[in-house]
Design a protein. Structure first.
Length: 439
């Protein structure tokens, strides 16, 4: 006997979503503009997440929309291997002016996950190219999220994303995460305690020997696993250990890139420069799928200016440097520059932090943390099990016309960088109401 269902919601296998549960209470978005979405039943929703940490300049910005439309009419597609198009070079050049010094070579991908795979492959290939071919081990971190492809879930540290898929990549190890509610709860900005956790990398060097380790990858601020801000001194300590042992340091800036923490990149906010940096999301303001890896020039030069057997990298995608993505990206950079968006989070962060931290003391709130325009509120798990209480808060906020995000017991916010103070107030007050009701 078949159960009643709405056939129109059946065929689409939704990513990271319980389809069955979704169908009971569908949330369908049909329009977006500036700070707001509109639902299929005509409700306006304030976007507290920048879509999914990506629409940093707000939705449907006319300049970006027009650039995409113009490009689609002018040249829809160009093969990226042994061919090029001017906007790809222009976009890479413009990006290289925003990155920390030295990270001035740009490899284009189509997503954060692809950026991670690309960075890991470049790291392995580079160690081999410089005669250190025994360096095949990759180090990630617990609670790290690096996308969903095999390299990314292997170095990633989310059990749910790993356990369904077998043994994953061999030769991967993990350092501990830095989340420490006992010492750091309710920190504003970087927590005071935990720099010494970077010494986990020394422990792995002692265990495996540096001659077997190619690279370590971390998110400067872990986003998807609940807005975990690096303790003061932690990233510098990781950098020092990498330098001592010839290990490449990769920052995954898929969320933190393009202004989220108050500077164009978190590497600049925290004053620590990695050897490779992965980005996506805000690179095109979320309009067209795209990612990139920023690479130190000397790493690039090892391949591209190397001996005859090394004059290219055997890696790339059909849609690397897609013309629509490059056109969107150039218009996005223009928008960011004209409106000062890449540093706007540093102007608003105190106001945002004041609002967030005013939620301290509400029932079940066990931590509030923030940097730039990203914040997390952690709840004690309820009797229904981990994540349920936070998910109910998310649903309540959505009913009230505000979109936040939940990950486990954490409610995360990362609004478009165009947000106004009154909209920050609305975000916080909506959450306050939902938290009180959840009690
Ligand atoms: N790395 C990080 C740090 C991310 O936050 C994400 C996505 N949230 C990814 C990689 C994967 O990006 P994508 O979903 O575009 O593949």
């Amino acid at each position: 006997m078949s159960t009643p269902h709405d056939p129109s919601l059946d065929a689409y296998w939704m990513p990271f979503t319980a389809n069955r549960q979704f169908k009971q209470r569908p949330r369908l978005l049909t329009q977006a503009s500036g700070m707001h979405y509109r639902t299929d039943d005509g409700r306006e929703i304030l976007d507290g997440v920048a879509g999914l940490w990506c629409v940093n300049a707000g939705h449907a910005r006319p300049r970006i929309v027009q650039a995409i439309a113009r490009q689609a009419g002018e040249m829809d597609y160009a093969p990226p291997f042994q061919m090029g198009h001017p906007k790809a070079f222009e976009f890479a050049d413009r990006l290289s002016q925003l990155t920390p010094a030295g990270l001035n070579r740009v490899f284009f991908t189509n997503s954060g996950s692809e950026s991670v795979e690309t960075a890991l492959k470049i790291a392995l290939a580079w160690q081999r190219a410089r005669g250190q071919g025994t360096r095949t081990r990759l180090i990630g971190r617990e609670r790290g999220y690096h996308g969903v492809n095999f390299g990314g879930i292997s170095v990633g540290g989310i059990v749910g994303n790993r356990k369904m898929f077998g043994t994953l990549l061999g030769g991967v190890d993990h350092i501990r995460h830095t989340h420490d509610l006992e010492r750091n709860a309710f920190s504003r900005g970087q927590p005071a305690h935990g720099a010494e956790l970077a010494d986990d990398l020394e422990r792995l060097v002692a265990l495996h020997d540096a001659s077997t380790i190619a690279a370590v990858i971390v998110e400067p601020v872990a986003g998807s696993t609940g807005v975990l801000i690096p303790p003061q001194g932690y990233l510098q300590r990781l950098r020092d250990i990498c330098d001592r042992h010839g290990i490449l340091l990769i920052f995954d800036e898929v969320i933190t890139g393009f202004g989220r923490t108050g500077q164009p990149f978190a590497a600049q906010t925290f004053g620590v420069t990695p050897d490779l940096m992965t980005v996506a999301k805000g690179i095109t303001n979320g309009c067209v799928p795209m990612g990139a890896v920023f690479v130190k020039q000397e790493i690039h030069d090892t391949f591209m200016n190397g001996p005859e057997h090394l004059i290219e990298l055997f890696h790339g995608y059909t849609y690397s440097a897609h013309p629509l993505a490059c056109a969107a990206g150039l218009a996005t950079l223009d928008t960011y520059a004209e409106e000062g968006l890449l540093t706007r989070a540093s102007e608003l962060q105190d106001y945002f932090a004041d609002g967030l931290h005013s939620l301290r003391g509400l029932p079940h709130v066990i931590d509030v943390r923030n940097i730039g325009l990203v914040g997390g509120v952690e709840l004690a798990p309820g009797p229904e099990g981990p994540g349920r209480r936070a998910f109910n808060v998310f649903l309540d906020c959505f009913e009230q016309g505000v979109m936040v995000r939940t990950t486990g017991d954490i409610i995360a916010m990362s609004p478009p960088l165009i947000i106004e103070r009154a909209q920050i107030d609305r975000l916080i007050e909506t959450l306050r109401t939902a938290l009180k009701r959840a009690a």
